[in-house]
Design a protein around this ligand. Structure first.
Ligand SMILES: [Zn+2]
Length: 173
């Protein structure tokens, strides 16, 4: 790419950026994905009465709960913690490059068969960095629910102050 730096003017750069932008905005070329951020929220266990002073289960069954248990024993749903962890997630449309031979600006890939490259707007960088896991193509049953973990930092792709980033994800399940 450096060999071309002398002849690539700002018009060409903006043309390139416009082209990627239209690709990313096109629903046909991006894929619905889900980012998982891990457990970031807790809610009261639905099976026992929460003790706000002890900040744990009061070891009393909550009427209407799914798994009744004797008074004074440990709630089987929260093991006495009184809270249930909620995994937060976010749906996001990403451009996914499945074939490592098509990856852009990438050196050697250790596990090419299990690696994908994801391209998106730079504004999604914090979300991608925060995500513990990515599930790709959540709407396409044929792909299964493939889970990925990020193996490279999101980096600009394109020229100049590129509004796009790409990063690599490796299959984890
Ligand atoms: Zn409980």
């Amino acid at each position: 790419m450096n060999n071309f730096s002398g002849i690539i003017n700002s018009d060409l750069k903006s043309l390139f950026n416009d082209a990627i932008s239209s690709l990313l905005y096109d629903d046909a070329l991006t894929i619905p994905c889900t980012l998982y951020y891990g457990v970031t929220k807790y809610e009261d266990c639905a099976n026992c009465v929460f003790d706000p002073i002890g900040n744990k289960s009061s070891n009393r069954f909550q009427d209407g709960g799914p798994v009744p248990f004797p008074f004074g024993s440990i709630c089987p749903m929260c093991n006495g913690g009184g809270k249930k962890g909620l995994e937060t997630s976010e749906n996001i449309n990403l451009m996914v490059i499945w074939d490592y031979k098509q990856f852009m600006d990438v050196g050697t890939v250790n596990n090419p068969a299990g690696t994908i490259q994801v391209m998106t707007f730079a504004s999604n960088t914090p979300a991608l960095k925060r995500a513990k896991e990515l599930i790709v193509a959540t709407d396409i049953a044929a792909y299964g629910r493939h889970r990925y973990q990020r193996i490279s930092e999101p980096q600009p792709c394109g020229w100049g102050n590129s509004p796009f980033i790409s990063c690599l994800w490796e299959r984890s399940g």
